[in-house]
Design a protein around this ligand. Sequence first.
Ligand SMILES: Cc1cc2nc3c(=O)[nH]c(=O)nc-3n(C[C@H](O)[C@H](O)[C@H](O)COP(=O)(O)OP(=O)(O)OC[C@H]3O[C@@H](n4cnc5c(N)ncnc54)[C@H](O)[C@@H]3O)c2cc1C
Length: 484
Amino acid sequence: MSDNTSSSRREFLLTAAGGGLGLSGLAAVGAADTPTVGSKAHIVVPQRQVPVLAEADVLVCGGGTAGISAAYCAARHGAKVVLVERWPSLGGMATGALVNIWHTSDRTKQVIFGFVQEAIDRGGKFVRRLPSYPTAYETHDFDCEGMKVVFDRMLRDAGVRVFCDLKAIESIVEGNRIRGVLVDTKTGRKALLGRIVIDATGDGDVAANAGLPFDYGRLEDGRVQGMTMMFDLRGAVPSGGNQAPREAARRVLQTMRELRDRGQFPQFNDRHAQHYLASGSNGLYNLCPASGSALDEEELTRLSADARAHVYQYLDLWRKELPHFAQAEIVQMGHGIGIRESRRVRGIKTLDTQMVISAAKQPDAIGHGFWMIDIHDPTGTGYTTHSDHKPGMWLKPGESYHIPLGICLNRQIPNLAVVGRCASTTHEGLASVRLQSHCMVMGQGVGTCAAMALASGIDLAQVDVGKLQATLRKDGVYLEEVAV
Ligand SMILES: Cc1cc2nc3c(=O)[nH]c(=O)nc-3n(C[C@H](O)[C@H](O)[C@H](O)COP(=O)(O)OP(=O)(O)OC[C@H]3O[C@@H](n4cnc5c(N)ncnc54)[C@H](O)[C@@H]3O)c2cc1C
């Protein structure tokens, strides 16, 4: 019988690194007798038998756009797939943080199809093609709640077994191979096993736990890109061609700047504020910035809570000072603060500025990317390199770079891959490839590669890249100018 029931009282070894805390020795840890210890203290968890909750050919950890794409595409090619997601629904930043725009065009033609196009088609009434298609990068927007339903249906139809509300907390590694992950269920700790494991957690949790090296933040100070609390505002009156609301917006914006500079008003994205306030925009606002660690839960708790309060500070001022916002209301905010950057797990290749800006073509291409080096100020001012069209950061219209398979694979653990924003990039390279459509390209490439590897009894990096590319093309992926 397993010993993982919550009622079983167990002995833990409680120690304090660095000495001086006087807590080493055996202590029974329970609610009443948990001692207050310094941050260097740790406990040694005794050996225990952990039941296996599920076994798969491909275990995908993380149900954001990258993980969904990987799971769906692996299953389509015959793999038995399990996906585990820590939030209650699928979509990651796309749905949970209210990030609802997809980019599929190089500004002259659509160059991302494959799984992304399938999600657009399956999205039906929840996805809209934008009028500027295909002359702007942004080509579609979607309803976040509706896409939770669509993603769930897509995975169910593909036969993927999905577990939400479970977080991969530890990686099970034997020698140089990963066996699966541990999760904490309501009924105790359990294991999810996979012959191939795909880390799509955005934070690279599984890869880091498995011991793969990673980078974090920009070179000069280790800070990651700024975060944003997205919110949905309704009840504003669009200003149209009217000058009065635009004048009022200019005055209020100036007040916001002065108050902010005196420390009496929260930070805000200045460029976006100009647009939203002048136009009387209804819908999702990308306006409320924050900065901090993506890996510190206590800090994230505070950042999300503070950001929610900041949004109401904006609203109070606008309702008071702007007649066209007098009836405005906040109808939804992100489930948590939106995170753009976290661990970047080192892979066989690393995507950098040069590869993006020179529209570099690769022999191991799995799809195209085109987004600029779009960095939100890591100190949380709301400034972005996107807004000021900084030279040397954009590709020309009609240009795109290749997203290589090598940024998802590594040399140390051959049956572990990463997809999405935790792939192998520099801080600047990630600022381009973090786009959801680009993350889904990675998911499709790696999910398909995983199924092919399993079918041939080989490792991911041993899959014939030409055959993988042929399969991807058959599945609708746009793949041109592949370097040899
Ligand atoms: C405010 C904001 C605006 C943006 N604007 C755009 C935009 O307009 N268009 C665009 O394309 N992109 C935009 N981006 C970027 C884009 O949304 C993300 O880079 C992209 O969604 C990342 O996808 P992902 O699947 O790699 O990661 P995520 O979407 O973060 O998914 C990771 C998933 O893994 C889960 N998870 C994490 N840890 C664990 C664990 N240990 N165990 C199990 N599950 C776990 C998470 O809950 C999450 O669901 C924006 C990002 C932000 C924050």
